[in-house]
Design a protein around this ligand. Structure first.
Ligand code: NAP
Length: 283
């Protein structure tokens, strides 16, 4: 599965080895042993951390890009113009370049990264345990680079190709998703505590329920309402709980939660993209 990464991308540069860059380095080292990883950062602490994860390190972004077959851009979006100025325009030729930066559009990336094959990916914090869901978009429809980029993100978890227009919704649903799920878990645990159960037992139990329900839903491959109805006994416990969820508007609140996160992602994306286009003088 990962042979394409080892074969095509013998050297990978991670520009900005922060939280997400480190998660990528860690996963890559676990699943592509033949790959050389060069990580960059500004602070010694960032470089030390990347070194401890098995990467070679440097503060020289231009040299890192020049040495690599594949480049991952994982700085914060507002640091991207500096990286572009540091690397210059001649170093990108023939490389596969993947941005995991939120908001910066493919058209913008392509206009400042000449002669490269450019991809935009959005992953989530679950990459730390190799259970991320990553969406990837590109304007390159047929190339070996697609397979390499797909394999690379498979190291982090599941991969989905999507049109770029879905990336903001992905950010609202999947990028922010772990926070929403964590909040729901906390609320369910507090419900058990209110009913008299110690927190630690309730917490372990609900994590099991969550994991088990996800596996069950994946295996039965039917609408979640089918499982809900199967466990809803007439005049039983579940229907009483479901009535409260309905009265309190839980479903509607969750729908609006994702929609609000999506709208904010689109808003931030437009602001950032506009700012970067101005800073880098792109019309
Ligand atoms: N965190 C997530 O769950 C997540 C998920 C999906 C996408 N993203 C995206 O991933 C990107 C990084 O997010 P993050 O949470 O990982 O941020 P982060 O922890 O702040 O990491 C960014 C890293 O970039 C480095 N950096 C800044 N300027 C640099 C430069 N000129 N040259 C080299 N390195 C430089 C910083 O190094 P120093 O610390 O040494 O200054 C820092 O380690 C963002 O664009 C974000 O939108 C994040």
């Amino acid at each position: 599965m990962l042979i394409t990464v080892d074969r095509v991308a013998k050297t990978i540069a991670v520009i900005g080895a922060g939280k997400i860059g480190s998660a990528i380095i860690k996963s890559l080292n676990e699943c592509c042993r033949e790959v050389r990883i060069i990580a960059t950062g500004r602070r010694n602490e960032t470089l030390e951390n990347a070194r401890s994860l098995g990467a070679e390190v440097t503060k020289d972004n231009r040299e890192a890009v020049r040495s690599a077959d594949l480049v991952i851009l994982s700085v914060k979006p507002h640091h991207f113009p500096v990286v572009i100025k540091q690397v210059g325009s001649n170093a990108w030729g023939g490389k596969i370049v993947v941005s995991v930066m939120a908001g910066i559009k493919l058209a913008t990336l392509e206009s400042v990264i000449p002669n490269a094959e450019v991809y935009r990916a959005m992953t989530n914090v679950n990459a730390l345990v190799r259970k991320a869901s990553t969406a990837i978009a590109t304007l390159n429809s047929n190339s070996e680079g697609r397979l390499v980029v797909e394999d690379l993100f498979k190291c982090l978890g599941n991969v989905y190709w999507v049109p770029e227009e879905y990336l903001d919704i992905w950010t609202g649903l999947v990028g922010s998703g772990p926070a929403f799920i964590a909040e729901i878990i906390d609320a369910l645990v507090l419900g058990a505590v209110a009913s008299g159960m110690p927190r630690d037992i309730a917490y372990k139990a609900i994590l099991d329920v969550l994991e088990g329900t996800a596996v069950l839903l994946k295996n039965v491959d039917s609408h979640p309402a089918v499982i809900r109805d199967e466990v809803t006994t007439p005049a039983g416990t579940t229907i009483r709980g479901l009535m409260v969820m309905e009265e309190e508007g839980v479903k509607s609140a969750l729908m609006k939660t994702v929609e609000a996160a999506y709208k904010r992602s689109a808003e931030i994306g437009n602001e950032i993209d506009l700012r970067i286009r101005k800073e880098l003088n792109i019309l």
